[in-house]
Design a protein around this ligand. Structure first.
Ligand code: F6R
Length: 247
């Protein structure tokens, strides 16, 4: 695993933007796997800036988001669909017909999950998958479990994740209890995985994921087996890694 240590959230975001911009410059028709949450917000601002100032081109790119809440319509202010449009898609030249999310409103979740996998496969697979990490080391909505979920599926959110995500809602009671998420296998098939982590509350999850036992109880630990992972951490999130030298 390649680890890029940065001092601040801003630097982490800039480094991440360089990695994704580099991907798009080398392969303009890249298939990107994208994440929501607090972590990538400034990365997306950097990508928008690169688009507007130096012409970073999304015209041939395709995107598949990691996850979406079950029961929220696309235009719901809390939907991941809305988040991605407000933070990235509305500000770059990504074609609308090349933007994909798992449909959290699908009547048949199992069928939707299969269709999502088929859409990813038809696009040629994911070239670069962006990930954040939960405090319990979840990736996507793959929560600690007895086994690694292989493909896209409907998942019940853990209480800790509901509490963590309540900051985006007026109360924890409003956070949907279920989501559709790419599985660990879906994520793992990406050719290059870029994992971002910022803040002291992620430090233990990062340490366990990178240096701990590989176990579905620490979902991100599976990334130790992937041949091409870039982890970009700020000072606080990387503080417990053994390779981290004090600045
Ligand atoms: C988001 C996602 C989640 C987040 C994780 C970290 O699409 O799949 O796994 O990446 O919960 O969230 P933040 O960045 O808000 O700390």
């Amino acid at each position: 695993m390649r680890i890029i240590y940065t001092d601040t959230y801003q630097k982490m975001s800039e480094e991440a933007a360089k990695v994704i911009a580099g991907q798009l410059w080398v392969k303009p028709d890249s298939v990107l796997g994208l994440a929501t949450g607090s972590t990538p917000v400034e990365l997306y601002q950097n990508l928008v800036w690169l688009h507007k100032t130096v012409g970073l081109d999304f015209a041939q790119a395709t995107s598949f988001n990691l996850d979406e809440y079950v029961g929220l319509a696309e235009d719901d202010p809390q939907s991941y669909h809305r988040f991605m449009h407000e933070n990235l898609f509305n500000h770059v030249n990504m074609r609308r017909d090349r933007i994909f999310f798992p449909n959290g409103m699908a009547a048949d979740a199992a069928r939707e999950a299969e269709d999502y996998e088929a859409r990813i496969a038809a696009a040629g697979g994911i070239d670069m998958q962006l990930l954040g990490i939960g405090r319990n080391a979840h990736i996507g909505f793959n929560e600690p479990d007895d086994a690694f979920a292989r493909t896209t599926h409907k998942v019940a959110l853990k209480e800790s994740t509901i509490e963590a995500n309540a900051r985006f809602f007026s109360s924890a009671a409003e956070v949907p209890r279920e989501a559709m998420s790419m599985g660990i296998g879906t994520i793992f098939r990406a050719r290059h995985i870029v994992l971002l982590a910022s803040g002291a509350e992620k430090a233990e999850a990062v340490r366990d994921a990178v240096e701990g036992t590989i176990t579905p109880r620490v979902p991100a630990s599976i990334l130790q087996l992937h041949p091409c992972v870039t982890l970009i951490v700020d000072h606080a999130a990387g503080a417990l890694l053994s390779g981290k030298s004090e600045p």
